[in-house]
Design a protein around this ligand. Structure first.
Ligand SMILES: NC(=O)c1ccc[n+]([C@@H]2O[C@H](COP(=O)([O-])OP(=O)(O)OC[C@H]3O[C@@H](n4cnc5c(N)ncnc54)[C@H](OP(=O)(O)O)[C@@H]3O)[C@@H](O)[C@H]2O)c1
Length: 137
C-alpha cells in the first residue's frame, strides 16, 4: 500500500505533560516560547494533512482550518487504509495519546518542543512512541 510521509509535531512540558481538561496545559500563557510554539505548529503544518482525534482536531482555530486538510480520526478507522488515502502528501499525526499509541509506528519524523511548564496534566507524552516498531514508509 502506498503511504504518505507521516510526521508528528507536539509540545510537552518538562515532565512530558501534553494536555489538561481537553486543552493544552499551558493554554493562555502569553510567554514568547508558548506563542512561538503555536505559531511554529501552524507554519509547519500549513498545506498539509492533520489527522487527529476529535478533541484535538476540533481545537484547531477557524482561521487556520482553511490552510490545511483536517481529518478527525475515529477508533473504528483502519490506520493503514486511512493513511493510504493521503499517499504522496505530508501527514501530521496530531494525537492525543490513544491515537499515537496506534499511529506511532508509521511516524518517520518527530518534532518535539519542550516548553518551560511544570504544572498538572491529564495527558502525557509516552517515549515508547519514538521507538514503536513498524513501518515508516
Ligand atoms: N501538547 C500537544 O502537542 C498536544 C497534541 C495533541 C493533543 N494534546 C492534548 O491532548 C488532549 C486531547 O487528547 P485526547 O486523547 O483526550 O482526545 P482526542 O484528541 O479526541 O483523541 C482521542 C480519541 O481519538 C479517537 N481515536 C481515533 N483513532 C483511534 C484509535 N485508533 N484508537 C483509539 N482511539 C482512537 C477516540 O475516539 P472514538 O473512540 O470516539 O473514535 C479517542 O477517544 C487535549 O488536552 C489536547 O490539548 C496536546
Amino acid at each position: 500500500m502506498q503511504m504518505p510521509d507521516v510526521r508528528s509535531m507536539c509540545a510537552i512540558g518538562l515532565s512530558g505533560q501534553l494536555g489538561l481538561g481537553g486543552h493544552l496545559p499551558w493554554e493562555g500563557n502569553k510567554g514568547p516560547e508558548f506563542r512561538e510554539d503555536v505559531a511554529n505548529f501552524f507554519r509547519t503544518t500549513r498545506g498539509h494533512v492533520l489527522l487527529a482525534g476529535p478533541t484535538t482536531a476540533r481545537a484547531v482555530p477557524d482561521y487556520e482550518r482553511q490552510h490545511m486538510t483536517i481529518v478527525e480520526l475515529r477508533s473504528h478507522m483502519d490506520p493503514e487504509e486511512t493513511l493510504a488515502k493521503f499517499a504522496g502528501r505530508v501527514v501530521f499525526i496530531g494525537g492525543g495519546p490513544v491515537v499515537w499509541d496506534v499511529y506511532a509506528k508509521y511516524i518517520r519524523h518527530w518534532d518535539i518542543t519542550r516548553l518551560p511548564y511544570d504544572g498538572p496534566a491529564d495527558r502525557w507524552f509516552d517515549p515508547k512512541w519514538l521507538v514503536a516498531g513498524g513501518k515508516t514508509k
